[in-house]
Design a protein around this ligand. Structure first.
Ligand code: FMN
Length: 260
């Protein structure tokens, strides 16, 4: 597949066949990941490959029981990793200054760019992928389970495998609302409503098509798609609870100040 075709045809896959991924394909996916740009070419990330069924089952529990984790043969967890770099600096008598928030952001960007390279390589070979945002929600548990050392932080996870579904492409917001010519083109109420108009209908109908979700929506006081996001999917209290857990996880390696 041409690169542009692969980019244009992307859709997340949430149902997988159990077929294993041949090692040479795994190697290509990982090769693509490590060929990604990284800040100072320091490659401040690590990739943990999980294929063992029992270990996948444990991760499935941590990832809020998303079944694609059990179905797909491989999970790739991308980890912010300053541990390796710090260690190398120390054995070189160079005192590292990387246990701070800037370095955490640098490592997070490196990890995500590597993940997206892996995702594209996998899709190019006909595999399906899905990112797992639950990596952040379960970061302390995942860090412990993967035996992560100090100065590391789990950033995201990719599920990779042979698709067992063929979903439609998901629509995107109008490109003019995303791309700004020279300076930010500010939104007034009318323009922001127009920007999300198609999403409102498509998103609402999609959530109402899932029987469990339709029941929750109908029994709640949720009136529109924005409220599905704010009252059901990503609530302030859930976000704050996870943020506090992440803050604590970042304080220990020094990525975040203890009194921050
Ligand atoms: C960082 C990140 C985290 C995500 N986490 C999840 C997840 O936990 N579960 C899931 O089903 N999809 C997850 N997704 C997939 C998004 O829902 C999906 O990309 C989005 O709805 C657009 O659909 P598409 O990828 O099919 O175009 C995640 C995507 C990203 C980029």
């Amino acid at each position: 597949m041409e690169t542009f075709d692969a980019l244009s045809r992307h859709r997340s896959i949430r149902k997988y066949k159990p077929d294993a991924i041949p090692q040479e394909h795994v190697d290509k996916i990982l090769h693509a990941a490590v060929r990604a740009s990284s800040s100072g070419n320091m490659q401040t990330y690590s990739i943990i490959v999980t294929r063992d069924e029992k270990r996948k089952a444990k991760l499935w529990e941590m990832h809020y029981k998303q079944d694609m984790i059990l179905q797909a043969p491989m999970l790739l967890t991308f980890v912010v990793d300053w541990n390796r770099m710090n260690h190398w600096c120390r054995v070189s008598d160079a005192e590292p200054g990387f246990d701070n928030f800037l370095s955490y952001l640098v490592g997070f960007a490196d990890a995500i760019i590597a993940a997206q390279n892996a995702a594209l390589a996998a899709e190019d070979m006909g595999y399906g992928i899905c990112y797992m945002g639950t990596t952040l929600g379960a970061a302390p548990r995942i860090a412990e389970f993967l035996d992560l050392p100090p100065s590391t932080f789990p950033a995201t996870t990719l599920v990779v495998g042979v698709p067992d579904e063929d979903p439609d492409l998901r629509a995107r917001l109008p490109i003019e609302s995303i791309v700004h010519d020279e300076t930010y083109q500010h939104f007034d109420d009318k323009r922001v409503a127009a920007t999300y108009q198609a999403r409102e209908t498509e998103g609402w109908n999609r959530y109402m098509s899932y029987p469990d979700m339709a029941k929750v929506i109908t029994e709640s006081d949720v009136r529109n798609l924005a409220e599905i996001y704010t009252k059901l999917k990503y609530t302030k209290s859930d976000n704050e609870e996870v943020s506090e857990e992440l803050r604590q996880l970042m304080v220990e390696p020094g990525f975040f100040p203890a009194d921050g």
